[in-house]
Design a protein around this ligand. Structure first.
Ligand SMILES: *Cc1c(COP(=O)(O)O)cnc(C)c1O
Length: 428
């Protein structure tokens, strides 16, 4: 029995499903999850001592790779000075200033400990600031596991949703409308019927929780117009895309394509914590000042703005704003996607792929899906076999076809070449 299998068996006695977050259990692809013992640069090592090229990067945060010396030093120094004070620190100001430098749509930011918390708080703030109850989300977008967001579409067009988890009473999601991503007609219909009751629309601008699907520019443009017309806040969930697809996050890409474009609120996580529990939500001063202690919208956290986490985030942000960082990361990521597509073509396997900055996706199908239904219609069986062949070949991809992949600054041209070689063998 492998060390991984032994650990998995032991874990299942004391932890539900053996994991502390469900996708780690490999249920989608089958097999035994790898228990990771350490990581360095672009590599992970498992309990059996096997090395993998890591394309999960802790689901996005590790944009510099693992164990970057400057980040490590900042974290070690911060830990020496104290783990947590429950009182304000200068480093929180520094991190807020650093985030806002690259988010022109926002004037203030509040730090929290997880993306779930940030998205949940942003919705409460949107509801409090507008005095309205309802919100729109899109099928296939993930905004963490707050009750109001664990919802799937109702039966009719523009009807309210049903819970996707036990333990969420239907009343809790009765104000959440779920629409198809990139579906303009549904968006128009939803605003026509519910526009005046909508507090916000929450969207992943590049959806990384259904692999990699971009919101089309005309769709985003119309979404912005409708929100403005109807007084609903547009909330960009950039927990995954923030400081990952570009230094200005996904919103900078839409601002380039749509003159004057900006979301009302932004949600960040993952990269801004550099691998530590840290997330944030940000927006204009007038909206953010609705939060306690200034305003009536309650929000708090014992470990919010934790001194070790903020040190990690700050050190990470310092590295990624060095000149040329994103150009190099984007080129490396592009070379991976081109390599995978080339290998698939050689093997006669239909594959489509896309990337932006250090985030990528690929699909076993002829074209890039535009919404969740199309993602789930790609070849799952083939994905699962490919996943295991790659894992056996020393390449650690996300263990589900609906997850994005991540390249870090530590991935070398040799790592990419080795990955493409493994893909060639797997696709054969
Ligand atoms: C990861 C993620 C979240 C949830 O963040 P957690 O830190 O896991 O709670 C929310 N939104 C998006 C887009 C994410 O990718």
């Amino acid at each position: 029995m492998s060390a991984n299998a032994k650990l998995f068996e032991r874990a299942q006695h004391v932890i539900p499903g053996g994991v502390n977050s469900p996708v780690r259990a490999f249920r989608a692809v089958g097999g035994t999850p790898r228990f990771i013992t350490r990581a360095q640069g672009a590599y992970l090592w498992d309990a059996d001592g096997r090395r993998y090229i890591d394309y999960i990067g802790s689901w996005g945060p590790m944009i510099l790779g693992h164990g970057h010396p400057a980040v490590l030093e900042a974290v070690q120094k911060a830990a020496t000075d104290g783990f947590s004070f429950g009182a304000p620190t200068e480093r929180e100001i520094e991190l807020a200033e650093e985030i806002l430098k690259f988010v022109p749509s926002a004037e203030q930011v509040r730090l929290v400990s997880s993306g779930t918390e940030a998205a949940m708080s942003a919705i409460r703030l949107a509801r409090g600031a507008t005095g309205r109850p309802r919100l729109i989300k899109f099928e296939g977008c993930y905004h963490g596991h707050a009750d109001a967001l664990l919802v799937k579409a109702g039966s009719g067009l523009a009807t309210f949703g049903h819970p996707t988890s036990a333990g969420v009473p239907p009343e809790v999601v009765q104000h959440t409308l779920v629409l198809e991503y990139n579906n303009l007609a549904q968006l128009e219909a939803a605003f026509a019927e519910h526009g005046s009751e909508l507090a916000c629309v929450m969207i992943e601008p590049i959806a990384g929780n259904m692999n990699f699907v971009r919101a089309a520019v005309p769709f985003m443009k119309r979404l912005r117009e409708l929100c403005t017309q109807h007084g609903a806040l547009l909330v960009f969930d950039e927990v995954m895309t923030g400081f990952r697809v570009a230094l200005g996050s996904a919103q900078s890409l839409y601002a380039q394509a749509i003159p004057g474009f900006a979301p009302d609120l932004s949600v960040f996580g993952k990269v801004i914590g550099g691998g530590m529990p840290l997330a944030a939500f940000a927006g204009p001063r007038a909206v953010m000042q609705q939060l306690a202690p200034l305003g009536p919208v309650y929000q708090a956290g014992t470990l919010s703005g934790n001194p070790v986490a903020t040190a990690c985030g700050l050190a990470t942000l310092k590295e990624i704003q060095k000149p040329g960082f994103f150009d190099a990361l984007a080129a490396r990521t592009r070379s991976l996607v081109d390599g995978l597509l080339g290998a698939a073509q050689e093997a006669g396997v239909p594959m489509a792929g896309d990337c932006e900055g250090g985030m990528f996706g690929f699909f076993f199908g002829n074209e890039l899906p535009q919404h969740y239904g199309a993602v789930m219609a790609t070849d799952k069986d083939r994905f699962n076999r490919f996943f295991h062949a790659m894992l056996d070949g020393g390449v650690y991809l996300a263990p589900a076809l609906y997850e994005a992949g991540f390249v870090s600054a530590a991935h070398t041209a040799e790592d990419i070449a080795a990955t493409v070689e493994a893909a060639r063998a797997a696709l054969r």
